[in-house]
Design a protein around this ligand. Sequence first.
Ligand SMILES: Cc1ncc(COP(=O)(O)O)c(C=O)c1O
Length: 378
Amino acid sequence: MDPISLLHEPSLSGFGEVAPPVFQNSLFAFATSAEFEAAMKSGEKPVYTRISNPTVRAFEKKVAALEGAEDALAFASGNAAMTAVLFTFLKSGDRVVAATPVYAGTYGTLTKLLPKFGVGVDFVPGTDTAALQAALPGARMLLLESPTSYTFELQDLDPLTKSAREHGVLSVIDNTYGAGVYLRPLRFGVDLVVHSATKYFSGHSDVVAGAVTGSKNLLDEVRSLGTVFLGAKLAPWEAWLLVRGLRTLQLRLQRHEATALELARYLDSHPKVKRVLHPGLSGHPQNGLAKKYLEGTGGLFSIELKDEKAARAFSDALNLFAIGVSWGGHESLVLPLASQPRVREAYGFPPGLVRLFAGLEPAEALKQDLEQALAATA
Ligand SMILES: Cc1ncc(COP(=O)(O)O)c(C=O)c1O
């Protein structure tokens, strides 16, 4: 990560502004047809906001710097970013190898949208490196997400991207968890990195957005097919909020990480908690992979309680953790997977699984809230 580029960017207006102006316009007009054609050809000057906009570009440049990538593209949501990648690089007859459990929205795209266009998907457990490698010959794309966002298993990126390259398979990772701070997948040979910018990049639960980073060549393809024709480009105001969010990304993540680790350790020793699924705990089955690939662990983790009744009672009894699907904002959240039956059944998650997100509230207050909620749970 380049922390300076998260804080600073060149002035767009020439007035030396320290925060970018919001270019809240759809169109950039030209005096002559020659200027217009030159702008269309070079792509350096904005022409139309569905293709490029200076405020959006300021956000894209920060995301590229964060991931150490040649370029980045911003989208109207994380799902739009993933869909743009899938539609750019896949065609009828292709096969995707997806490491499970993938995020539910991606799972929906893979199982409901892609089959309509003749693209097949092999779902393979993300912890089974040999099985993933065995599925690669003849595939077009390897889809990773590490750690996964419900049960926090990691995938062994080095051997997987090496095999993908050997078989001419494009590797794509959802790096929403690592946010370019705790995981920088391009270092481990991944070709394209996808983000839900809705989460940590925004940090304030006030934006829905996505991004893709990678080499200029690959992103030029995504730009010309996935951005221009699918059309789910990020809007300027959202980009402005994201530029602001990114300035505190590193600070916020440090706090999320410290609080989540403190809560996870506390819960790990609680008699009513069967299991804590946090990759930073030494007892986590992939703690070795976490040490190899992650530079930190963020605010999201899960616990397993006795059964569905306990999971619901615990979630309802919490006061500082609101029940909600998203994460990455300032506020603590809880998600009993029992109330997400499609996800739970697709992956066979245990009925007592509960996902927690440690927000920016004081750790001690959150711990006390967990304690009272567990006391109220049979
Ligand atoms: C891991 C992960 N990837 C992708 C997404 C999709 O992002 P968005 O909701 O911005 O479309 C989410 C959203 O919850 C997510 O948690």
